[in-house]
Design a binder for this molecule. Structure first.
Ligand code: PAF
Length: 297
């Protein structure tokens, strides 16, 4: 397939590399001013990808959006005019709430949503390390998307395990709860995901999970708090060496995805009148860190 990765950060680079190795024609669309982006995964050989190449974009059968949630709307809108109307859009980023903003602009495309628990770390402008083996679920956002389950097989062949999930909202909420528990805490406490296994965080993690799960239940997504807590600890252990994406953003003084992770839960809690004090406190702590840079820089 002709595939464009929009946002070749750590996770986007991982997919670009694996899809290229599986024999697809992959290009990337990133911020680099160069015509080519070089990616080396886990010390393997360097692969050169065309970057910001309109001809490749126009030929794309599949566009995988791996941007930060807050970048999606601004980056994707100007590119839509180049895409064939059959081009499949797959949104694969942390957090929720982005696709709703683009609904009218993208609804004529088959649209898929996905969620992945892989961990990846960018070591330099070209080097990427796969730090936590995870899994990917993809599923339909619209009717046209529901006819594209073959994309799960394509991705699974390149980067196992990938599964089709027609109830993708459940998978997205499940990932959202994981991100609410891991991301702000690792960023605030400056630790790897594995650091959260310490008993000091036990109560806070349990509260975050309980509150976020209640919000999911309110919107009709059935998640059980106890099962979610179990899953959160599994991810903490499986990605113990990984610095979460929010840790990496806050550490490097880059805008985080807090508005689309904890902020999304807070917005749902307001809509339904649910108390989410632990998530709200974490939300404000991250916001405070972000605003402190603007004051001092
Ligand atoms: O955002 C992240 O870093 C990842 O989604 C996860 C699963 C928490 C692993 O670090």
């Amino acid at each position: 397939m002709n595939i464009t990765i929009l946002g070749p950060g750590a996770i986007g680079s991982l997919y670009a590399y694996k899809l290229h190795q599986a024999g697809h024609r992959v290009s990337v669309w990133g911020r680099s001013p160069q015509d080519t982006v070089v990616i080396e995964l886990d010390g393997g050989s360097a692969i050169h990808f065309p970057n910001c190449d309109v001809t490749s974009l126009k030929a794309s059968d599949l566009v995988i959006v791996t941007l930060k949630a807050w970048q999606v709307e601004l980056a994707l809108k100007p590119l839509l005019k180049h895409l064939n109307s059959d081009a499949i859009l797959l949104f694969l980023h942390n957090g929720m709430g982005t696709v709703e903003h683009l609904a009218t602009a993208i609804n004529h495309h088959p649209v898929l949503l996905g969620t992945s628990t892989h961990g990846a770390l960018r070591l330099s402008s070209s080097q990427v390390r796969h730090t936590g083996l995870g899994q990917t679920f993809i599923g339909p956002w619209n009717d046209k998307g529901s006819r594209c389950s073959f994309i799960a097989d394509v991705l699974d062949h390149a980067f196992k395990p990938v599964a089709w999930n027609s109830e993708i909202q459940t998978a997205l909420w499940s990932k959202l709860v994981i991100n609410c528990a891991i991301n702000p805490l690792t960023a605030i406490n400056n630790c790897q995901n594995g650091g959260l296994a310490h008993k000091d965080y036990q109560q806070q993690i349990a509260m975050v999970v309980r509150e976020a799960t209640e919000c999911a239940n309110q919107v009709g997504v059935v998640l059980k708090a106890e099962e979610m807590l179990d899953t959160v600890y599994k991810v903490i252990h499986a990605t113990a060496q990984n610095y979460s994406s929010m840790h990496q953003d806050i550490y490097n003084k880059r805008q985080s995805e807090i508005d689309y992770i904890t902020g999304y839960v807070v917005s749902i809690s307001k809509r339904y009148g649910i108390a989410v004090p632990t998530n709200l406190a974490l939300y404000h702590q991250i916001k405070q860190i972000e605003s402190s840079w603007n004051q001092h820089d």
